[in-house]
Design a protein around this ligand. Structure first.
Ligand SMILES: Cc1ncc(COP(=O)(O)O)c(C=O)c1O
Length: 427
């Protein structure tokens, strides 16, 4: 696609954007260009309305909501899982909405990490999100292992990207489980999940993915790829709200496996209230629930998933690739040379790119602060990356053009130099 630098070109892209009308479905913060949906997505009117409905159900039905709400709360986790399943290429009963990202990761690792004989290692990589590495370390210890021995971290060649070839080379017959991200939280690199799953299975390795940075912006085909399990957060591109309930995918060939962290909400609903001493797990991914559905953190997801399903995940991906390419074009053409000195660490190849762009600058922290003072909401990740997420549902091409002009103005006027180099609390 050929881009050009003018403002009129951005307006033309917006005029041709099939998703342009979705911007109005979201609440916007006055005077702000929101580029941080890779951290916390904006609230849609649809999410607000499903949350309000559940609050009303609580007010009017009390405990009766578990059985008599519009979508009964007792199987709300399964109902929303079924709604979300098409976004990840799964059958309705392979996805359940429950717990939180790290908690779900723990139960899945506890289920699928089965160290035996010489096959004791977990394969991950050094650029994965810290919580994943902490959970893996803890799970190895719980099994009596030594993380120094049993956690194999693939190294990055350049500090930003991980090569699939390096991951596959590390898939030895000492590896029991591989846990990898779909999209890297800093660089925005998208891994080839199909290829990695195929190779892992050739080597008899169980494989799961943390898809927090891809679900809602990248289509997935978990069933076609044969992925064993996956989990993701719903507060980024799904727009389910701060700390929204997470999601679990378990491939149906694993149905019937005993969940690592069993709890009564994973029990078959037919026998749950018999209150037996023995756990009778659901026959589907629902078995991986642990405790009571956190209705108020889950209800916004209902509206949020509807918006995404209505827009269509393939259309979202199409715009995401175009708008991230446009952003990278503007950085290259407008901001690469001195005195700007910005560069992009995100892969250019659309097969290898998720929904955000990592923009590198030697003074990234202060530039990020100056951008915020301009009314742009980006975020900073150490050591030198400004993440910008042009979320297809609510960011326009004109917004992206404006962000590039703000970045230019910050450097032209040396505004970043007014900010302290000390980093406060980073979110
Ligand atoms: C890739 C990834 N994994 C895991 C987490 C941790 O999620 P939670 O705090 O919901 O457990 C995050 C949080 O942003 C993340 O980006």
């Amino acid at each position: 696609m050929q881009f050009s630098l003018g403002e009129d070109f951005a307006l033309q892209l917006d005029a041709e954007d099939p998703l342009a009308a979705f911007k109005q479905r979201f609440h916007h913060i006055s005077g702000v260009i929101y580029m941080d949906g890779n951290s916390l997505g904006l609230m849609s009117r649809d999410s607000e309305s499903t949350l309000r409905r559940v609050i009303d159900e609580w007010r009017t039905l009390g405990i009766g909501g578990w059985g008599n709400a519009e979508i009964p709360w007792i199987t709300y986790a399964e109902s929303l899982g079924a709604m979300e399943a098409p976004l990840v290429g799964a059958e309705p009963d392979e996805v359940v909405v429950c717990g939180g990202t790290t908690i779900n990761m723990h139960t899945l690792i506890a289920t699928f990490y089965d160290p035996r004989g010489a096959r004791r290692k977990i394969l991950a990589d050094e650029l994965n999100f810290p919580s994943d590495l902490y959970a893996l370390t803890a799970q190895i210890r719980l099994r009596g292992g030594d993380p120094d021995e049993d956690l194999e971290l693939v190294k990055s060649r350049d500090g930003n990207l991980i090569e699939e070839d390096d991951i596959m080379e590390a898939m030895t017959d000492e590896v029991a489980l591989a846990l990898l991200p779909s999209v890297y939280y800093r660089s925005g690199q998208l891994l080839d999940m199909a290829l990695l799953t195929e190779r892992a299975h050739e080597k008899e390795i169980t494989i799961g993915f943390d898809c927090s940075h891809s679900v809602g912006v990248v289509p997935h085909r978990f069933d076609d790829w044969g992925v064993d399990f996956a989990f993701w957060c719903n507060y980024k591109y799904i727009n389910g709200g701060p700390g929204a309930t997470g999601s679990i995918y378990v491939n149906k060939r694993h149905f019937g496996k005993m969940p690592g962290l069993a709890g009564w909400f994973g029990n078959d609903r037919a026998t749950m209230f018999n209150m037996e001493t023995e756990f009778d797990p659901a026959k589907t991914a629902a078995a991986w629930q642990i405790g009571t559905t956190t209705m108020l953190s889950t209800a916004p997801l209902e509206g949020a998933i509807r918006v995404i399903s209505e827009a269509g995940i393939e259309t979202i991906r199409e715009k995401s690739l175009k708008i991230t390419a446009y952003l990278m074009f503007l950085v290259d053409e407008l901001l690469a040379d001195p005195p700007y000195n910005f560069s992009v660490c995100t892969p250019r190849d659309s097969e290898r790119r998720g929904g955000h762009v990592g923009v590198v600058h030697e003074d990234a922290w202060r530039v990020n602060e100056a951008l915020k003072a301009h009314g742009v909401v980006p975020d900073f990740r150490p050591p030198n990356i400004i993440r910008l997420a042009p979320v297809p549902l609510y960011v326009s091409y004109m917004d992206v053009w404006d962000v590039a002009q703000h970045l230019k103005a910050v450097i032209d006027d040396r505004e970043h130099e007014k900010f302290s180099k000390d980093r406060g609390v980073v979110t």
